[in-house]
Write a protein that binds this ligand. Structure first.
Ligand code: SAM
Length: 251
C-alpha cells in the first residue's frame, strides 16, 4: 500500500473507534493509542530491550532514534522516552506526520518528517538506532530502503523491524548484500495469529452495531475482517500469514 493511501486511514475516525474494540492485548492502556491496532506490549518491550542493548554500546548522550513509517509517532515517543534518546519519525503520509507533530514534545527532542523509506532526508551516519513497526515491510524497493537505513545509521548502529510472509522480500539476503549483519530473527506468528483472530472475531460480532453507526463507510473495514477470518469460503489470511521481527547491525 502506498504511503499516501494512509492519509485516508489516519483521517478516518472509524479507525480510532475500531482500535478501542480490540482484544485485551491491543487495548492494553500501555499500547492503546500508540499504534494502528497491531501492537502488543510484549512486542514493545522486546524492541525496547533490543534498542537499549544497541544504544548502550554507543558513546553519545541523547542518541538519535529513527522510527521508519512512524505513523502518528506514538511508538517512537514511547521508546525514545525510555531510552533517553532524541527521536526522528519518518512517514510518507502527510496526515500522519501532521498528527504526530501536533502531539510532539515542546522540548524539541522529537521531530517528525514526511519522507520515504528510500529517501529519509537525514544526514549520513546521524542515527544510532532505527526501528520500524509494521511499516518497512511495505517498502516498494526493499533494497533501496535498506541502503538508506545503512546510509543514515552510524557504524554498528542497529535496525529492528517487523515483517510478514505475505510480502516475499528475502530480507536476510538483502540485508547482507546491503552491508548489515543479521543478528536476530524472532518468530512472532503464533501470538500474532491469536491476537488478530480475537480482534477480527470481535469486530465481526459487532458488525450490525458498526453498520448502524457508520453506514457504508465501515464496509471496507468489515471486508478486511472477512478476509482475515476466511469468511464466505475464502482462505483465511490470518492462518496463512507469518510474522517475524529482524534485528540487523550495520557492518
Ligand atoms: C501499518 S502502518 C504502521 C505505523 C506505525 N509504525 C504503527 O505501528 O502505528 C504503516 C506506515 O508505513 C507508512 N509507509 C508505508 N510505505 C511507506 C514508505 N514507502 N515510506 C514511508 N512511510 C511509508 C504508512 O504511511 C504508515 O504510516
Amino acid at each position: 500500500m502506498k504511503a499516501a493511501a494512509y492519509d485516508r486511514i489516519y483521517g478516518n475516525a472509524i479507525h480510532a473507534e475500531l482500535a478501542t474494540l480490540g482484544p485485551e492485548e491491543l487495548t492494553d492502556p500501555r499500547v492503546l493509542g500508540l499504534s494502528n491496532g497491531f501492537l502488543v506490549f510484549e512486542d514493545l518491550t522486546r524492541v525496547l530491550e533490543q534498542l537499549r542493548g544497541a544504544l548502550a554500546a554507543g558513546e553519545r548522550e541523547h542518541p538519535l532514534l529513527l522510527d521508519l513509517g512512524c505513523g502518528r509517532g506514538g511508538i517512537g515517543r514511547w521508546l525514545a522516552t525510555r531510552l533517553g534518546a532524541r527521536l526522528v519519525g519518518v512517514d510518507g503520509s502527510e496526515v500522519a506526520i501532521a498528527q504526530a507533530r501536533s502531539s510532539a514534545s515542546p522540548e524539541g527532542h522529537e521531530r517528525f518528517v514526511v519522507g520515504d523509506f528510500a529517501a529519509t532526508g537525514l544526514a549520513a551516519g546521524s542515527v544510532a538506532a532505527a526501528f520500524s513497526h509494521d511499516a518497512l515491510y511495505m517498502a516498494e524497493e526493499p533494497a533501496a530502503a535498506l541502503a538508506e537505513a545503512h546510509r543514515v545509521l552510524r557504524p554498528a548502529g542497529v535496525l529492528a523491524f517487523t515483517t510478514y510472509s505475505s510480502v516475499s522480500t528475502p530480507w536476510e539476503a538483502l540485508a547482507e548484500r546491503s552491508g548489515f549483519v543479521v543478528e536476530q530473527v524472532d518468530e512472532l506468528t503464533a501470538r500474532w495469529r491469536a491476537v488478530m483472530r480475537a480482534k477480527h472475531e470481535r469486530r465481526w460480532s459487532m458488525r450490525h452495531v458498526l453498520r448502524a453507526r457508520h453506514g457504508r463507510s465501515v464496509e471496507p473495514e468489515l471486508s478486511v475482517t472477512a478476509s482475515m477470518l476466511g469468511l464466505g469460503g475464502r482462505r483465511s489470511a490470518i492462518e496463512h500469514i507469518e510474522r517475524r521481527s529482524l534485528l540487523l547491525r550495520r557492518g
